[in-house]
Design a binder for this molecule. Structure first.
Ligand code: PLP
Length: 371
């Protein structure tokens, strides 16, 4: 097979970044970053300019999610992976229940299972490419699942489980690209390197009054909580528009710019329409073309932001990804441990739907010429 196929320039997308995170950052955000290069960057996070930046992010998220009264925007360092440990330390009282349908939802369940002071979590699993929601169980005080499983491209509904207990949703790859009713959640957490068009290393959580009460109660108990995993400490700092320890100011600035753009463009309705348009184009191509097939069989569960496309056995998807990369179209590889003959396409809100169309034309070009 020829790895050196050159795709004609007129077929190429305007921007070749289709990664599932880190993902495409808008040039306008990078321009604001450059403009702040001698003012905000390299200045103290305890002084007004950086605190104003944190305030701009908190207000931007409040607007984007139309946060109900009493909800707080809380943030800290470490990304969504750190937030699982924070939830285990600061949110689960005795026992959690998890919907497990991919690598990310499984990792939170594994973190809860490993905590010596918690009971064995209840885990409801589904095959990869489908979804599983936790079931109501007596004695469970926290229900968790992912809004969008980035490893498989399956999207789940977000509405409360009819039971006592906090509803804690991993919104990492959905946040900023898929509408959600935050009143159906107690904690909606994410990191900004996906739809939110920034860099990694930060976690953000939208906390309900019930979640804030839980955080206070566990913080006052005799459980030992390392300070970096204390959600109570993060709340105390966030309401003062700061983080417990030093944040990456550049990440904050890119995030603030993206939130301004989303809010002035029409908010989550705009974002949802744009990602739906991109994904409609990708899945329609995969269904109409010989060789590719959407991995998620049920159209209702197909993610608008992460498209997973299987290929027939006689087509080498790894060759497609490598050849695309040589042509400047990057990060279309499948999630490592899924181990499928697949491409995974990030269709976050920053991706232009016309670039998804261009990508399908490039794939047609390669499929016709694979040797
Ligand atoms: C990317 C992702 C994570 C991990 O985020 P980090 O910031 O790398 O820790 C967790 N959950 C989901 C659903 C993700 O898409």
């Amino acid at each position: 097979m020829t790895a050196d196929l050159v795709i004609p320039a007129d077929l190429l997308p305007a921007d070749g970044r289709f990664g599932s995170g880190p993902s495409k950052i808008r040039p306008e955000a990078v321009d604001e970053l450059a403009a702040a290069g001698r003012t905000l960057l390299g200045t103290s996070h305890r002084q007004a300019p950086v605190k104003h930046l944190v305030a701009r992010i908190r207000a931007g998220l409040r607007e984007l999610y139309a946060l109900p009264d009493g909800y707080e925007v809380v943030l800290g360092n470490g990304g969504s992976t750190t937030f699982w440990d924070i939830a285990v330390s600061s949110l689960i009282d005795r026992r959690s229940a998890h919907g497990n349908f991919g690598e990310f939802s499984a990792k939170f369940a594994a973190a809860a299972k490993a905590a010596p002071y918690l009971q064995e979590p209840v885990v409801t699993s589904a095959p990869m490419g489908s979804i599983a929601l936790p079931e109501p169980v007596d004695g469970v005080d926290l229900y968790a699942w992912a809004h969008n499983e980035t490893s498989t491209g399956a999207i789940a509904p977000v509405s409360r489980i009819p039971a006592d207990g906090l509803t804690v949703i991993d919104g990492t790859s959905a946040a900023g690209g898929v509408p959600v009713d935050i009143s159906q959640t107690d904690v909606y957490y994410f990191a900004p390197q996906k739809n939110l068009g920034s860099d990694g290393g930060l976690w953000i959580a939208l906390l309900s009054p019930a979640a804030l009460d839980r955080v206070r109660r566990i913080a006052a108990s005799d459980r030992w909580i390392p300070p970096t995993l204390s959600l109570a400490t993060a709340v105390d700092n966030s309401v003062k528009d700061q983080t417990y320890n030093t944040p990456a100011v550049a990440t904050l600035l890119l995030l603030a710019n993206q939130l301004d753009w989303l809010n002035t463009s029409g908010g989550l309705a705009f974002a949802g329409a744009r990602t739906s348009e991109s994904s409609k184009r990708l899945y329609a191509w995969a269904e109409a073309t010989e060789g590719p097939t959407p991995f998620v069989a049920d159209p209702a569960l197909r993610s608008p932001v992460i498209g997973t496309i299987d290929f027939a056995d006689d087509i080498d998807a790894a060759w497609l990804a490598t050849t695309l990369r040589r042509n400047g179209i990057v990060d279309t590889d499948p999630y490592r441990s899924l181990g499928r003959n697949q491409l995974r396409i990030g269709m976050f809100v920053n991706v232009d739907p016309d670039d998804i169309t261009a990508l399908t034309r490039c794939l047609d070009y390669l499929l016709e010429r694979r040797g």
